[in-house]
Design a binder for this molecule. Structure first.
Ligand code: PLP
Length: 376
């Protein structure tokens, strides 16, 4: 059994993917081929925003967004404490200061109470300029944008949606990667929509910002690549990856997203009486980047992981360490609010195998092992 079965997915899509790759090889347009424009158009249409600019990976997508806004030393950016390193890494990379915010114990996403508290403290300290809230759609569920937008408006802050795990999620009819002033996603192979290498995309409705982002992603180009009007970077999606994504996006839209939701529902139905299952807010829809349960304490969590391993069931701990305890942030961070929910989650969460090609038999066998563990 695999945690996320990319081999099975390839077997299902093999004919179309092989053909798409072979076309790129024959046309030899490896950088900025027509497939790149095509996938940008399809992604923008799917998400429901005016502009999609692809780039080399999800980290670059976040970084370029901060570059477009001119985030610099002295600025502060609010980031959830419970996330993948890159969400906050980009803030420090720009010379700005990440301020870590605690998360909600049920959704794992940024806590609006903790966020407002952090903003108030920063304003009172009067040392940093609050500029941006980076919201993370953790494990596939959109952050609580209706509430977050009120706070952003009240304090005049920009929202950068880190939708690396959120692609395909929704609140009502509105799709993930449309909630930020700028939104970013990743096509790392194991993400909800993955390619066969690194890839990323940036979304926005703001035409001026979109043009700036296009320039930043290609060496700060002006009228062309050899007219350089600002310092940018080299961050592009390869044509081969764009061609692969075209096939994968169709499968994602047509059945994969529905399948992961079916898998999640089966899990939750069967597990609801034995362990704390993930909570999805009413009207919210998750793309299930992870299916994450919570144990009572670290001992029980670690024991369960061993037990699963002994029964040949892969599992992962996302995430074992809060951002504010990462050594990399030792000299560049501003800890001003209580982060105890994140600390507890890092000790108690465990993610189970989750992907669109899981069979009901596999789910039943995982549940029976969990059943055994909880009934010893
Ligand atoms: C994966 C991930 C990223 C970074 O994406 P890459 O494509 O690996 O650079 C950023 N934020 C979150 C929350 C992620 O899960």
């Amino acid at each position: 059994m695999q945690f996320r079965d990319l081999e099975k997915q390839y077997q299902v899509l093999k004919k179309d993917i092989d053909m798409a790759i072979s076309k790129v090889l024959n046309e030899a347009n490896f950088i900025s081929g027509r497939q790149v424009n095509q996938i940008e158009e399809s992604l923008a249409n799917y998400v429901g925003v005016k502009h999609c600019i692809t780039c080399a990976n999800g980290t670059d997508a976040l970084l370029i967004a901060l570059m477009a806004w001119g985030i610099k030393q002295g600025d502060c950016v609010f980031v959830p404490d419970f996330t993948f390193f890159a969400s906050a890494e980009v803030v420090s990379a720009m010379g700005a200061t990440p301020v870590f915010v605690d998360v909600d114990k049920d959704t794992f996403n940024i806590s609006t109470q903790s966020l407002e508290k952090a903003i108030e403290v920063v304003l009172k300290e009067n040392k940093l300029n609050p500029k941006v809230i980076i919201t993370v759609d953790l494990f596939g569920q959109p952050a609580n944008y209706p509430e977050i937008k009120k706070i952003a408006e009240k304090y005049n802050l920009l929202i950068l949606e880190d939708g690396a795990q959120g692609f395909g999620g929704k609140i009502g009819d509105k799709k993930a990667c449309s909630f930020g002033d700028i939104s970013a996603t990743s096509f790392f192979p194991a993400k909800p929509l993955g390619c066969y290498g690194d890839g990323g995309a940036i979304f926005t409705d703001n035409t001026e910002i979109a043009e700036l982002i296009r320039s930043l992603a290609v060496h700060g180009k002006g009228s062309d690549k050899y007219d350089n009007v600002r310092i940018g970077m080299n961050s592009r999606l390869d044509t081969i990856q764009a061609a692969i994504l075209k096939v994968k996006l169709e499968a994602f839209k047509n059945y994969e997203l529905a399948r992961v939701n079916h898998v999640a529902n089966l899990y939750s139905e069967k597990l609801k009486n034995i362990v704390k299952t993930p909570y999805v807010i009413d009207e919210f829809y998750s793309s299930w980047a992870q299916y994450t349960i919570q144990l009572e304490n670290k001992q029980k969590r670690d024991d369960l992981q061993k037990f699963l391993k002994n029964n040949n069931i892969p599992s992962m701990i996302y995430y074992a360490k809060p951002m504010h305890l990462q050594k990399a942030f030792e000299t560049n961070k501003n800890n001003i609010v209580d982060l105890s929910v994140t600390e507890k989650l890092c000790d108690t969460v465990i993610s189970l195998p989750m992907h669109p090609y899981m069979t009901e038999d596999e789910i039943v066998s995982i549940v029976s092992v969990l059943d055994k563990y909880f009934n010893i």
